[in-house]
Design a protein around this ligand. Structure first.
Ligand code: LLP
Length: 423
């Protein structure tokens, strides 16, 4: 459920009619609902009730400072994967003890930043990384709390580009080698082994792969404890999917996911962390775009929008589906016709959907892409010199621009002319 509903035939974000925002900020733009973010965070928090737990929002899904401030205020932790994300977390008010640092390629610089600024734990993904972290922590006179991310060799049954839990993938340490890696970790100075981490992929639409992975993690917890390690925390990653195609998708709910977590690892007495990104942010955002032209091709009708693949890359990159709806609701009984929904960027990849049934649309009509709050704005680029589009946050009847659209001058001025080309 989200808070983007038609009221008197006009699509609203909470209590704000979307045409009102479009008139003020221009199109295209992203719009987010505060109530939806809050609701999704609480669903996870409640799903883990009864267990010592922390929901660490994976900010890679949507890292706008306003969104982070909102999550920090709810009591969430946060999962970061770069020095930039770490700084965003601190700037938004997350205390170090609620920041988890993931990622396969943490640099010395990033380790120093987190060790001096405060960190809950590093999720270490390789032995070389573990050795380096030990050196950096020792040099700084600190102790780095770590989990080791294990790769359980489980097929997440999702898109290949966002599957991370098979031995073929670059992530984690093969679970088959976990005991020897933990033995090494226990001997390293400056390292405190606190638990185990696992994350098998994103947009999972079934519980079975999670269950398989978490069962292996439970077994590993027992083995490592038998080896003498004080395993007290399990980071179970993110990945729970959302219904992108509402008419025929119903992925498991957070409450079902929470029950499965209790079933698989609930009896170990560990503190549980999860790192959801998409489920918190995805359906909390829309991309609003304007129809520029309707073009009749040979046997095809193209709906040319002012939003493009540089603004929302998921369809071009993963063949992803986003529901597209008119902002002014179609009259009941109006026939839908198939449109190829495209942007103005100069490549055929700039296609949001082919043959999408939509009510008749004309230049100047607004359309909304649903489920665009996660991996939308954060993956945008200025390809074709199209400035990044604004982000707007709605709260009941209020809205605010939380990232303005840069001017063309600002965009161009970021480039420098070298001295030998001046004059
Ligand atoms: N934790 C780790 C270590 C991750 O790598 C990810 C996502 C998450 C948590 C959050 O997963 P979520 O709950 O959002 O599924 N750009 C792609 C998605 C990439 C996901 C990368 N890692 C897309 O647009 O589908």
């Amino acid at each position: 459920m989200d808070h983007f509903l038609y009221q008197n035939g006009i699509l609203h974000a909470e209590d704000v009619p979307l045409p009102e925002i479009a008139a003020e900020v221009g199109t295209p733009f992203y719009v987010y609902s505060t109530a939806t973010f809050e609701r999704h965070y609480r669903l996870f928090d409640e799903a883990l009730a009864g267990m010592d737990h922390l929901v660490c929002y994976a900010m890679k899904a949507n890292s706008n400072q306003a969104v982070l401030r909102l999550m920090a205020g709810l009591g969430a932790g946060v999962d970061v994967v770069s020095g930039g994300e770490y700084r965003r977390a601190i700037a938004a008010g997350f205390p170090g003890e609620r920041i988890v640092f993931s990622g396969v390629g943490k640099t010395v610089d990033e380790m120093e930043t987190a060790l001096t600024g405060g960190i809950r734990q590093f999720n270490v993904e390789s032995e070389p990384e573990m050795e380096r972290l030990s050196q950096v922590a020792t040099r700084l006179g600190r102790v780095a709390p770590i989990t080791v991310r294990v790769n359980p060799d489980v097929d997440a049954k999702t898109h290949e580009k966002i599957s991370t839990g098979k031995y073929d993938n670059k992530f984690g340490i093969p679970i088959s080698r976990a005991r020897e890696v933990y033995a090494r970790a226990a001997k390293l100075p400056g390292i405190d082994v606190v638990g185990i981490d696992v994350h098998i992929g994103s947009q999972l639409t079934e519980l079975a792969p999670f269950e398989e992975a978490y069962t292996l993690v439970a077994e590993l917890t027992r083995d490592l404890r038998a080896d003498g390690h004080d395993i007290r925390r399990l980071d179970l990653g993110g990945g729970l999917g959302i219904p992108y195609e509402r008419s025929n998708e119903a992925p498991p709910l957070p409450v079902e996911y929470g029950a499965m977590i209790k079933r698989t690892v609930g009896d170990l007495g560990c503190e549980i962390e999860i790192e959801p990104g998409r489920l918190i942010a995805g359906n909390a955002g829309l991309l609003i775009s304007d129809v520029v032209y309707v073009k009749e091709g040979e046997g095809r009708r193209f709906l040319i929008l002012d939003a493009a693949m540089n603004d929302l890359v998921r369809p071009a990159m993963y063949g992803a589906h986003h529901d597209i709806v008119p902002v002014v609701e179609a009259k009941p009984g109006v026939d839908q016709t198939p449109y190829d929904v495209v942007g103005p960027v100069c490549e055929t990849g700039d296609t949001f959907s082919r043959g999408r049934p939509l009510p008749p649309l004309a230049p100047g009509d607004l359309v909304a892409f649903r489920s665009a709050g996660a991996y939308g704005a954060v993956m945008a680029s200025e390809y074709n010199s199209r400035p990044l589009i604004p982000e707007v946050l709605v709260h009941e009847h209020q809205f605010a621009v939380i990232r303005p659209r840069p001017s063309y001058e600002e965009m161009i001025k970021r480039d420098n002319i070298p001295p030998w080309l001046e004059g």
